[in-house]
Write a protein that binds this ligand. Structure first.
Ligand SMILES: Cc1ncc(COP(=O)(O)O)c(C=O)c1O
Length: 408
């Protein structure tokens, strides 16, 4: 055992690897979910913790993959991507967000947004350099910054700040060594969306402080009762940053691993170098299927319609049992403060305890967030074949929650 473990890198804990708590939140939830399902095989678990669309990719997309997979010319490494995919992504950015991108210099594909976020720090971070990020949130850019001996400065997204980062609160000594600032709107988990004013302030701030903006926009087109907005549509954005879009969420293609990064051409150039030394591009047939997804905005429209109706059911049910929340403006998540305890005398210390309690006592799975206040995230991507089934699941949810007699 020691033969391997004495060689573990410092970034994974070195010789302390085994002593570290590597039981991450999502694996812990998965494990507990499995235990509960085994214990109560006859009671259906209500899974509102899922972060992936419930539907498969559109048949047009699947058929394109099928046809393209047969073609011998698609067998080759695609390196930094096929030109047709870049063109389709540029058209999509123009049609949906009114953003002009040069397909030759300002855009590249990636094996999912996660992969792009994991590679970007290699372009910029030296030991001691700082990435500013928002919490709660998607941690991949920050994790890789730390892997490279960089440092991370967290900006809390709180209800008081309307779930926007307080840029003016960042200390001068942090700004001096900061290189990257990560933002994510529509935001996972808070459901907040950005507005032009926020992006303008961010661009000014970044420019003044010599920061590069990484805008994670994987939920960009999942918005309700408003138009989608891209950071790149704001004047000056391309001078200081890039935006990442993914086909995972809005096009129901999480497992397909296809995303793209667009914006500043120098950043794209640097990313292309790191990327070409890390992977050899996504399978061409998948990129071609991606083109058919990007050319079919109805896929997204249908998802939005479905999620919107589900939110109405879910939010009403949660409000009835005492939670206080509104329909989110974007994403498929809603985010709400935890209850204080139960009538029977249980007192909750944090969101993790509530999430465990709901799973064990009511077979309801949620995701807890304790990074900036204690909140639960509920997703509307639960499995239900039609509206009747959706209503039935949400009614069961309400009945189970009522029985718990939560106190707020
Ligand atoms: C905010 C955010 N960024 C990036 C990702 C990863 O997206 P992809 O599937 O394209 O890797 C996720 C997935 O959950 C996410 O929530």
């Amino acid at each position: 055992m020691d033969y391997i473990l004495r060689n573990v890198s410092k970034r994974l804990g070195g010789s302390d690897f085994n002593k570290l708590n590597n039981n991450f939140k999502f694996s812990k939830i998965k494990k507990l979910k499995k235990e509960i399902v085994n214990k109560y095989p006859d009671i259906p678990l209500i899974d509102l913790g899922i972060g992936e669309p419930d539907l498969p990719a559109d048949m047009k997309v699947i058929n394109t993959l099928k046809d393209e997979a047969y073609k011998p010319e698609n067998r080759l490494y695609s390196d930094n991507g096929i030109y047709e995919f870049k063109l389709a992504a540029c058209n999509y950015l123009k049609n949906i967000f009114n953003v002009d991108i040069d397909p030759d210099t300002e855009i590249l594909h990636g094996l999912g947004a996660k992969s792009i976020l994991s590679l970007l720090p290699y372009c910029f971070i030296n030991p001691g350099d700082i990435t500013i990020t928002t919490i709660p949130g998607y941690p991949v850019l920050a994790t890789h910054t730390k892997y490279l001996d960089g440092k991370v400065y967290n900006l809390k997204l709180t209800k008081e700040n309307n779930f926007f980062p307080d840029l003016d609160s960042i200390p001068k000594n942090i700004l001096k060594n900061a290189k990257l600032i990560y933002i994510n709107y529509p935001n996972n988990p808070t459901g907040q969306i950005a507005n032009k004013d926020f992006y303008k302030r961010l661009i000014d701030f970044a420019y003044k402080n010599n920061l590069i903006v990484i805008s994670d926009s994987v939920y960009a087109n999942i918005v309700y009762d408003t138009s989608p907005l891209s950071f790149l549509s704001i004047d000056g954005a391309k001078d200081i940053g890039v935006e990442i879009h993914s086909l995972s969420k809005a096009f129901n293609m999480t497992g397909w691993r296809l995303a793209f990064i667009a914006g500043n051409k120098d950043i794209i150039k640097l990313y292309s170098i790191i990327k070409s030394n890390s992977d050899s591009g996504q399978f061409r047939a998948i990129q071609k299927a991606g083109i058919s997804a990007l050319n079919n905005p109805d896929i997204v429209k249908n998802n939005i319609k479905r999620y919107s109706k589900r939110f109405e059911l879910l939010i009403n049910a949660l409000k009835e049992v005492g939670f206080s929340l509104e329909k989110p403006k974007g994403t498929y998540f809603c985010y709400t403060k935890i209850p204080k305890g139960t009538k029977s005398g249980i007192v909750f210390k944090n969101a993790e305890e509530v999430s465990d309690f709901l799973l064990k006592k009511a077979l309801i799975s949620t995701v807890p967030w304790d990074d900036a206040g204690s909140y639960l995230r509920f997703s509307v991507t639960f499995i239900a074949k039609d509206y009747k089934k959706e209503k039935e699941i949400i009614n069961t949810l309400k009945e189970r929650l009522k029985k718990l007699e939560l106190l707020f």
